[in-house]
Design a protein around this ligand. Structure first.
Ligand code: ADP
Ligand code: MG
Length: 620
């Protein structure tokens, strides 16, 4: 836990180890002076940096660093005429510290590899020609030409050309996706075969990749609850170990041991009881898991979100845009007076500003038929009901119909099919209705099934009507009691609170009008977050892709991480108890105590690092 660059770290370690070996050889061949000089060098190279960092910790943060224990133990060994054992302690301590740093650095940097996927230069359109410019010089509004095989240099939107892109670097999804004019492109994805012109929408520093890296880096810096425990434990415990060793020294003296033997045994106890492994066991696992998840397109906003997801007993899903694609289509239209064009113009007008997938479906239907939306003032959204505007115009579901006191008997039967129906009216008069449907995501059924196998409870929550909810939910393998329909946003929050009685709840949404539910749940999970700013902010976990099987994978990874943390803590505490017992009741030699202690520390780090090799994959 010495704070230096890796290179000085490694050099100091090498010097300490070499000097210790040289001292050992000199001692064997009875060259006392050479041995003394070598041990002095080992103590300086191995002990001084640790002592300095410990003093700094004491001075600045008023915490006792565990490193201090090692230095004290080594000095005690030297004081009782066992400099070789003190040097061995420092050499092993330094070696395991370096290993640990390298391993943790690897976990921390795993996600930064994404950054290197950004090309250094890009082709910027300049009148009729193109210039090759540095990627960092691109500004919003610039037009960039993507040749086949080119990586997208910054976030942008297609202005010309249509063709497949490999999005795997961002979403973890290996199937190419076709993009055409108007579609958003993310940095670091690969244009496979067409020539595409894109307009830059964000400066490089704000790109999706840059934000992903920022999020993961912040997540790594934020401490998880179990990390806070191990920190707290480390600090309290360091003081206790120091005090305990002094006490043990006194007791050994009182029991009749001579000063030298008592000091040696106290040093053994000091090393045996040091909680290095306990302190490093949790961050090693969490850092690795956060990095592995990020490479699979799942961003955890911190170890806390990871630990909560591991403990989740129930998953609640939003329907529209989450379990379904959210790309709804208008299936049927009926106008009370028979004039479908006028009806659609008014409906598209009132839905002109809404973010709701239903509104988007209506706008694109009007667009497809070449109908210009009417201009309406004072448009207001009523969540889970619809929209209203000036002049008494309204659109929405039966709840809205009832609220307006309108009577739809003239159109009775229109909403018999399991489709979402949007009624349009003015005052109490119903002007017509449109039936809208969207399709479940291809991955939803498999994702829900995988979660069900892991033993959690499932629930679908929607503001849509019962018939539609049953059709969609049933098709995805949900039981009737797991399907909740006709909900207002407040009802979703209450249902989640009800589920929370059985244990922590995760809410999975697309970020559109789910903020309250995302916030009420113990952990909020946003789908398809690559493009959506809102989702990235509101949720504790963000899935860059909209592949539902990845959610089950993230849950599995979180559980596995929690398991490895438990293993690590149990092992580290167990090893400590064993070593302390051996130090108290048996003549444990100092080098063995050191090997047990440092070996345990390295083992828990490596155990945590196994998570790095456990990527999140798409499952079928
Ligand atoms: P979900 O929970 O499935 O995401 P919402 O709570 O967003 O659904 O909406 C529930 C219902 O409210 C919709 O099925 C629709 O009937 C009605 N609704 C919401 N917004 C609109 C809108 N902009 N236009 C018409 N109807 C709407
Ligand atoms: Mg929704």
């Amino acid at each position: 836990m010495i704070q230096h660059t890796e290179r000085t770290d490694m050099t100091l370690t090498a010097v300490t180890v070499a000097a210790t070996l040289a001292g050992m050889a000199a001692q064997f061949t009875a060259q006392e002076r050479v041995a003394a000089a070598a041990f002095l060098l080992a103590f300086l190279a191995g002990g001084v940096p640790a002592a300095l960092s410990a003093l700094r910790g004491l001075w600045r943060d008023h915490v006792l660093d565990i490193d201090l224990l090692m230095v004290v133990a080594a000095l005690a060994a030297a004081a009782v005429g066992a400099p070789l054992e003190g040097a061995v302690l420092l050499a092993l301590f330094s070696l395991s510290g370096t290993l640990e740093h390298r391993a943790m650095g690897k976990a921390r940097r795993a996600v930064e590899a994404l950054m290197h996927l950004r090309p250094d230069t890009a082709l910027r359109r300049n009148g009729d020609g193109v210039d090759e410019v540095a990627t960092s010089a691109l500004a919003p509004g610039d037009i960039v030409v993507l040749r086949p095989g080119a990586r997208v240099p910054v976030d942008g939107v297609v202005v010309q050309g249509t063709g497949p892109l490999d999005l795997s670097t961002i979403t973890g999804e290996s199937m190419p996706v076709t993009k055409g004019p108007g579609d958003a492109l993310n940095e670091a994805t690969v244009n496979l075969s067409a020539v595409i012109d894109m307009a830059v929408t964000r400066p490089v520093a704000d790109s999706t990749v840059a934000r992903m890296i920022r999020l993961v880096t912040e997540a790594q810096a934020a401490r998880a609850p179990s990390e806070r425990f191990s920190d707290w434990f480390g600090q309290r415990y360091t003081v206790a170990v120091l005090a305990g060793s002094v006490l043990a020294f006194a007791v050994f003296l009182a029991l009749g041991l001579d000063t030298q033997a008592a000091l040696y045994k106290a040093a053994v106890l000091l090393v045996a009881a040091s909680p290095c492994a306990v302190v490093i066991s949790v961050p090693a696992a969490i850092l690795s898991a956060l990095s592995a998840a990020a490479r699979g397109g799942v961003l955890f906003k911190g170890g806390a979100a990871l630990e909560t997801l591991a403990s989740v007993r129930g998953f609640a899903f939003d329907k529209t845009g989450t379990l379904t694609t959210g790309k709804a289509e208008v299936r049927r239209i009926v106008a009370t007076n028979g004039d479908e064009a006028a009806f659609l113009a008014l409906l598209a007008g009132i839905e002109a500003q809404s973010e709701h997938p239903i509104a988007a479906a209506i706008r694109s239907e009007a667009d497809r038929r070449g109908i210009a939306p009417a201009l309406l003032a004072e448009v207001q959204a009523h969540p889970s009901q619809g929209v209203t505007a000036a002049g008494g115009v309204w659109a929405g579901n039966r709840r809205m119909l009832a609220r307006m006191g309108a009577d739809a008997t003239a159109l009775d039967g229109f909403d018999e099919a399991a489709e979402t129906v949007v009624w349009l009216g003015r005052g109490q008069q119903v002007l017509g209705a449109a039936a809208v449907a969207d399709t479940p995501r291809a991955s939803s059924a498999a994702g829900l099934a995988a979660l069900r196998r892991s033993g959690v409870t499932l629930a679908m929550m929607t503001g849509d009507r019962r018939a539609v909810a049953d059709r969609v939910g049933g098709g995805l393998g949900l039981r009737p009691d797991e399907i909740h329909a006709d909900l207002l946003p407040g009802d979703k929050v209450q249902l989640i609170a009800g589920m929370a009685a059985q244990g922590p709840v995760a809410f999975v949404g697309d970020g559109v009008n789910d903020a309250a539910a995302l916030a009420r749940a113990d952990v909020g999970i946003a789908m398809g977050a690559a493009g959506s700013e809102v989702a990235l902010q509101a949720a504790g976990v963000a899935l860059m892709s909209d592949d539902m099987t990845r959610l089950a994978e993230a849950h599995r990874l979180a559980r596995r991480t929690a398991g490895i943390i438990r293993q690590n803590l149990a092992f580290a505490l167990g090893a400590m108890v064993l070593l302390v017992t051996a130090g108290l009741f048996w003549d444990l030699p100092l080098p063995l105590a050191v090997i047990g202690h440092e070996g345990g520390t390295v083992l828990v780090v490596l155990n945590g690092l196994r998570l790095l090799a456990d990527p999140i994959r798409k499952r079928d």
